[in-house]
Design a protein around this ligand. Structure first.
Ligand code: ADP
Length: 518
């Protein structure tokens, strides 16, 4: 027995770790060579407990004791990271201490067998990496701030430039591109700033009362233009919202819903987007579980990508994303914001059918005896409808003969459309490139570029820019045989003869527009 004990002790002296054994109460009764070198030789004391207390860094002692007590009670593996003091130099190094209890037949602990492994270097590397990450985040935050100031000047001046007169068509096009690039750069910088704040854990949440239905209404009217441009449906339902007033951070909640709605509209070309909000009581009277779902009938997301899309800079499909643009930051920001608020964000989707993003939040409600203020503009569905219908669809009249323009514009006004005028094919193409119209009334015979040629060029441009085909109705003075064919083969959707029958024009326009929206 003595031989095998000596063999074992020699073995423990050959390994680089410190090895020790302790009595059931934790008092040390054996240290290998490495342990003796570091924490000092065993003294002839009965109770070696004090050695632990003097060797462990005072800041780590509490945690070590708690873990020890837990292991004593349960017999589970004892494992802590702690700083241990060198008995001569007084220097502390990080160690991983692990110990397992040896038990007798009755299950009583008779001994602890433990090791201390030096993890100082690992700790230093991790700390350096964390410091570097913080430095990077600070740099990102500072740079984003710095870039925003000159960007505001660029955007402001581009806007002023766009309003100056006269401008050639080319100049207008350049300014438009400048404005669009500056806008997307600014939104990228804002996203980066958000990411930096999130990584530095400096997102500060407000805690103020707000009206959730009102936020939804604001979002509905902000989105209505884009929804109209893409000819989508946009519906909302807040009828299952038991209360409307909550306490929280309305700016961040607006940002979360806006991000999800923008994605839903961006990735949907047909059908529409539906927002629904509901709330349920919880065990606590001043807390409500609020659920916000944004459902679209868009391109959908493959099952395998449903998890990764929430990561930074990740997009579901690079080929699809070349078409839609974006940076892959939106969902990462949105999910983190939801989680900072203690909520969850989940996605459910089927490729080709559409997606649903669901936010759940536990929101406080004001404890007030006052009656809740009514939502200013009625229910969510009605406001969505209102902001949709107040947006008149605009029809471009391409016609070089002023009296005809007048006639067409009066009818369009009567049918509930707004209108714009281009005097020839070239002007029409320029306008269509820059402005989103619902449809075009195109005169076929015009000086300069005629309607057929203009239509061909418009179709070509749409193909190049991956745009949805704009409904174009040709207008001809004489219903010559073959006119219809010429119009259709140039790429028009339909044609009418002048002087036109108002009912015919109304019918053809609404048919084409509903076809586009379907
Ligand atoms: P971005 O839109 O800038 O690419 P996001 O983080 O907002 O970045 O979204 C990440 C990716 O998730 C998108 O690129 C897209 O592939 C996918 N995605 C997000 N929302 C939808 C949606 N409503 N329908 C289809 N795909 C979506």
């Amino acid at each position: 027995l003595r031989d095998s004990r000596q063999e074992l002790q020699q073995l423990t002296d050959t390994i680089p770790q410190q090895v020790w054994t302790a009595r059931p109460d934790g008092s040390l009764d054996y240290l290998n060579q490495q342990a003796r070198n570091y924490i000092g030789a065993m003294q002839a004391v009965d109770n070696e407990l004090t050695r632990w207390q003097t060797a462990v860094h005072p800041d780590d002692l509490q945690h070590a004791w708690e873990t020890w007590r837990h292991s004593m009670a349960t017999g589970e593996l004892y494992e802590v990271q702690q700083r241990l003091k060198h008995h001569q130099t007084g220097e502390y190094r990080w160690y991983l201490t692990r110990a397992l209890p040896l038990k007798d037949e009755q299950g009583n602990i008779i001994k602890w067998l433990g090791t201390n492994t030096d993890i100082e270097e690992q700790k230093q590397i991790t700390e350096a990496a964390e410091d570097a990450n913080i430095a990077k985040t600070e740099f990102l935050a500072n740079m984003s701030h710095e870039i925003r100031t000159p960007m505001n000047a660029v955007i402001g001046l581009a806007n002023i430039l766009a309003m100056s007169d006269p401008l050639t068509a080319k100049q207008r096009e350049y300014i438009k591109t400048l404005q669009m690039s500056a806008d997307s750069l600014l939104s990228l910088i804002n996203d980066l700033l958000d990411i930096a704040k999130i990584e530095a854990r400096t997102v500060e949440l407000e805690h103020i009362p707000f009206n959730l239905s009102q936020i939804m209404q604001e979002i509905a009217s902000m989105m209505s233009v884009r929804v109209r441009e893409k000819n989508l449906n946009f519906t909302g339902d807040d009828s299952k919202l038991a209360v409307h007033e909550f306490i929280g951070d309305p700016t961040r909640i607006r940002q979360i819903i806006l991000n999800l709605c923008s994605n839903a509209i961006k990735f949907t070309d047909q059908g529409g987007v539906h927002i629904s909000i509901s709330s349920a009581k919880t065990a606590k009277p001043d807390k409500h579980a609020v659920t916000i779902s944004i459902t679209d009938t868009g391109i959908g997301i493959a099952q395998k990508n449903l998890e990764t899309i929430f990561q930074k800079f990740v997009q579901a499909d690079s080929s699809i994303n070349r078409k839609y643009g974006g940076t892959g930051l939106g969902l990462a920001i949105t999910k983190t914001l939801v989680e900072v608020m203690g909520g969850t964000l989940t996605a459910d989707s089927e490729i080709g059918k559409g997606s649903t993003f669901t936010v759940t939040l536990l929101l406080e409600t004001p404890i007030s005896t006052k009656k809740e203020k009514p939502t200013p503009h009625g229910s969510l569905s009605s406001i969505v409808e209102k902001s949709m219908s107040s947006y008149k669809q605009s029809v471009l009249i391409v016609e070089d003969y002023a009296p005809n323009v007048l006639v067409a514009s009066v009818f369009l006004d009567e049918f509930g459309y707004s209108h714009d005028v281009a005097k020839n094919g070239i002007e029409a193409i320029d306008k269509i490139r820059n402005i989103q119209y619902a449809a075009v009334l195109m005169d076929v015979q015009m000086h300069g570029m005629n309607g057929l040629e203009a239509t061909r060029l418009i179709r070509e441009m749409e193909k190049q820019q991956n745009r949805i085909a704009l409904p174009i109705i040709g207008m001809t003075a004489h219903a010559l045989a073959g006119d219809k064919e010429r119009c259709l083969s140039a790429g028009m959707d339909d044609y009418i003869t002048k002087p036109f029958d108002p009912a015919d024009l109304k019918d053809k326009l609404s048919r084409l527009l509903s076809k586009k929206a379907a």
